[in-house]
Design a binder for this molecule. Structure first.
Ligand code: GAR
Length: 199
């Protein structure tokens, strides 16, 4: 059984999909904790599922590295990342760049889901950037986090066609419909060993 800690900043619909999948005893991973950098609405999904939550706010620390150390300690307190093959950290809408020390601690057992076909449209406004670029398709990428911004090895991708005249929110919602099952399946594949992680 793979122990997973999920990190979020927002509504947590990807988190909810993971929690729902993990409620099935046949799913080979379980969500042992959910962390955030803020009072994210999505934390309520974890609480409803009886999963412990924690918040570590960057503004409470002198620098990003110190924030990363406290975040790492909170994750490790829940038994994730304290030894080789000892779990997985999933960034599912965490809208922060993780500091280098944190990445070294957990990568490659540290993955992110991103609403674009990387290497296209990295960063915090991927859906808006795809529309601004006049793209006719975009999608979702699940990848290992390395020290760069959305640059780590790609694990899985799925395409989404962009409809003429489509707005950012509508498109992002359609991307998320594809993203949720892709993330659930990627975590399943990591848990079974079907997908090997390397940085
Ligand atoms: C997801 O689409 C995720 O890919 C994106 O935030 C959304 C969170 O949705 N992440 C990024 O843009 C990170 N650069 P959710 O809170 O409903 O799961």
């Amino acid at each position: 059984m793979l122990n997973v800690c999920v990190l979020i900043s927002g509504s947590g619909s990807n988190l909810k999909a993971l929690l729902d999948a993990a409620a099935d005893p046949a799913y080979p991973a379980r969500i042992v904790a959910v962390g955030s950098d803020t009072e994210a609405p999505g934390l309520a999904h974890a609480t409803a599922a009886g999963v412990p939550t924690f918040i570590v706010r960057p503004q409470d620390y002198d620098d990003r590295e110190e924030w990363g150390q406290v975040l790492a300690a909170a994750i490790q307190e829940h038994g994730v990342g304290t030894g080789p093959d000892s779990g997985l950290v999933v960034s599912a809408g965490l809208m922060r760049i993780l500091p280098a020390g944190f990445v070294h601690e957990f990568s490659p057992r540290l993955i992110n889901t991103h609403p674009a076909l990387l290497p296209l449209h990295p960063g915090a406004h991927a859906v808006r950037d795809a529309l601004a670029a006049g793209a006719t398709e975009t999608g979702v990428t699940v990848h290992v986090i390395d020290e760069g911004v959305d640059t780590g090895p790609v694990l899985r991708q799925a395409r989404v066609e962009i409809r003429p005249g489509e707005g950012e929110n509508e498109l992002h919602e359609r991307i998320k419909q594809v993203e949720r099952p892709l993330l659930v399946d990627t975590v399943r594949a990591i848990a079974t060993g079907e997908l090997q992680l390397s940085d």
